[in-house]
Design a protein around this ligand. Structure first.
Ligand code: UD1
Ligand code: MG
Length: 434
C-alpha cells in the first residue's frame, strides 16, 4: 500500500487505523451514552413501530462528531511528518530534498506546506461549527426557515481559506460553447463564492430532509462517502502521479474516519433502530462532503452524487415554500394493521388549494408523481401525498416494510451515484476536452 499510493501510503495507513479506532470508540460510546442522552431530554419516539411507547436516544450524531473530530485532530501530524522532520532536523535523505528549497546563499531553507495545513485547520473549524449548530438545533428544535441558513456560517472558514490559498473562481466551459464565448475558461469571480456558500447550505439540509425511516440518513451518507472515496482512489492508482493526487489524499483523510463513525452509528440506527441520529449527524455528514469537495476542487463531482437529494429537494419545494401545507413530520405513514409503510398525506378539507396549484396537483397525480385523492361527488381534493422521495417511492412501489424501503432507496442512491461517476470520467471527455 505504501508504494501503491505514490509514496503517500504511510499517512493513509495511519488514517485507516485511526478510522478503525473511530468505529470502535463510536460504537461503544453510543451504547454507553444513550441513556444519558435520554436523561438529558434528547429522545424521540419511533413513529413507524407498533410498540412506540419507549423513547430512543436522539442526537447520536453529536457523539459521532466528537469522536470524529478527536481522531482527525490526532491525525494532523501524520501527513506532515516528513515536513516536520525536515523542519526540525535539517533533513538528509532523498525524500526530504524534494521538500527543500535552495536559497541563493547556499543555505537550506525548508518550505513547510503552510497552505496544506491551513486547509486542514479550516476544514476542522467548519466541521466544529456545524456540529455546534447541529447540537443547538437538536436541543431547541429551531424552526425550519431559520435553521435552513445555519450551515452558511460554518462555510466561512472554508471560503476564507479558499480565497487566500486557491482563489480559482473560473470554470471550464463545454467545448461546444467555447467558440461563442471565445475562451476556454469563464471567470465567475465573486459569484463563485456565492455558489460555494449555497452548496454549504444545500448539502447538509438535503441530507436532513431525506430522513424519517430507520437508517436512511446514515445509509445515504455512507454511500456518498464510499463513492467519493472510490473516486479519490481512481486518482491515486494512476501509473503516473496525477496532478490532483494531493487533493484526493486530503479527501480520503477526511472521508475514512467519517466512514468509521458512520458504520458504528448504522449498527445502532438500522432497522429496528435503537437510537436516532439527530440533525447533528445530517448536518455533519453534509458538511464533510462539502469540505472535501471544495478543498479538493471537485464540487461538480459531488453534485453528481447528490442527484437523489437534489431531486428530493426540488420535489419538496411546494411544501418547503408553503404552496402546499407542510406538517412538522412528512415521514411515511405506518399502517399498524399491515406493519407496512404507506405514503403520508396532507389533508385539504375545507381549505382547498388555489386554482393554479389545484391543476398542478392534478397534473402531478396523472403523471404518477403524486397520489391525489379526490371526492367523487364534488371533485374537490381530499388529500395529497407529502412531497418527499420516500413517499413517492411508496406511491410507485406500493406499501413496503421500513427496512425494505431503506434498502431500495440506498440501492437507487448507489446506482445513481455510480452512473454519475461514469459520466464524470467517461462522458465528460466528450463535453470538456481534458
Ligand atoms: C425532517 C423532515 C421531516 C421528517 C423528519 C424525520 C422536512 C422539511 N423535514 O425534519 O418531514 O419527518 O426529518 O426525521 O422534510 N423519526 C422516526 N424514525 C426515524 C427517524 C426519525 O420516527 O427513523 C422521528 C423521531 O420521532 C425523531 C424525529 O423523527 O425524534 C426526528 O426528527 P427531526 O430530525 O428533528 O426532524 P427535522 O430534521 O426537523
Ligand atoms: Mg432531522
Amino acid at each position: 500500500l505504501a508504494n501503491t499510493f505514490q509514496g503517500e501510503g504511510e499517512p493513509l495507513i495511519a488514517s485507516l487505523a485511526l478510522s478503525g479506532l473511530a468505529f470502535a470508540a463510536n460504537y461503544s460510546m453510543i451504547r454507553w451514552l444513550g441513556p444519558s442522552f435520554i436523561k438529558a431530554g434528547l429522545k424521540g419516539r419511533d413513529m413507524a413501530k407498533v410498540n412506540n411507547k419507549y423513547e430512543l436516544p436522539e442526537c447520536m450524531g453529536a457523539i459521532c462528531a466528537v469522536v470524529y473530530l478527536l481522531v482527525i485532530i490526532i491525525f494532523i501530524p501524520f501527513p506532515f511528518y516528513k515536513d516536520i522532520v525536515v523542519a526540525t532536523s535539517g533533513g538528509g535523505n532523498r525524500d526530504v530534498v524534494m521538500n527543500v528549497e535552495y536559497v541563493q546563499k547556499g543555505r537550506l531553507l525548508h518550505k513547510f506546506p503552510h497552505s496544506k495545513l491551513a486547509s486542514f485547520l479550516s476544514a476542522i473549524i467548519s466541521l466544529q461549527s456545524i456540529t455546534l449548530l447541529g447540537i443547538g438545533d437538536d436541543l431547541f428544535d429551531i424552526r425550519w426557515r431559520h435553521k435552513f441558513f445555519i450551515p452558511a456560517f460554518a462555510s466561512i472558514p472554508l471560503l476564507v481559506i479558499y480565497f487566500i490559498d486557491f482563489g480559482v473562481t473560473s470554470v471550464v466551459l463545454p467545448t461546444v460553447l467555447q467558440p461563442y464565448v471565445g475562451r476556454e475558461l469563464l471567470d465567475l469571480g465573486f459569484l463563485y463564492y456565492g455558489y460555494m456558500a449555497a452548496f454549504c447550505i444545500f448539502s447538509p439540509n438535503s441530507i436532513n430532509i431525506l430522513a424519517g425511516i430507520n437508517g436512511i440518513e446514515v445509509l445515504q451518507s455512507i454511500v456518498i462517502a464510499l463513492l467519493l472515496a472510490f473516486n479519490d482512489v481512481l486518482y491515486l492508482v494512476t501509473p503516473y502521479p496525477h496532478p490532483a493526487t494531493d487533493s484526493h489524499l486530503f479527501s480520503l483523510y477526511f472521508l475514512l474516519p467519517f466512514l468509521g463513525v458512520s458504520f458504528a452509528l448504522l449498527a445502532h440506527n438500522k432497522y429496528p433502530a435503537r437510537v436516532f441520529v439527530g440533525d447533528t449527524y445530517c448536518y455533519f455528514a453534509g458538511m464533510i462532503f462539502v469540505v472535501v469537495s471544495i478543498l479538493g476542487h471537485f464540487s461538480k463531482t459531488l453534485i453528481l452524487l447528490l442527484v437523489p437529494q437534489i431531486f428530493n429537494f426540488v420535489y419538496s419545494v411546494p411544501q418547503l415554500f408553503g404552496l402546499v401545507p407542510c406538517p412538522r413530520h412528512r415521514l411515511p405513514h405506518f399502517n399498524a394493521r399491515t406493519g407496512l409503510l404507506e405514503p403520508s398525506v396532507t389533508k385539504w378539507g375545507d381549505k382547498q388549494p388555489h386554482l393554479i396549484i389545484e391543476s398542478v396537483l392534478h397534473l402531478l397525480g396523472r403523471l404518477k408523481l403524486l397520489r391525489v385523492k379526490v371526492d367523487n361527488d364534488t371533485g374537490r381534493i381530499l388529500e395529497t401525498s407529502n412531497f418527499t422521495i420516500l413517499n413517492l417511492w411508496l406511491v410507485w412501489r406500493g406499501p413496503l416494510r421500513e427496512d425494505r424501503l431503506a434498502w431500495e432507496i440506498t440501492a437507487m442512491q448507489t446506482a445513481v451515484g455510480l452512473f454519475g461517476l461514469f459520466i464524470r470520467h467517461r462522458l465528460a471527455l466528450l463535453v470538456f476536452r481534458e
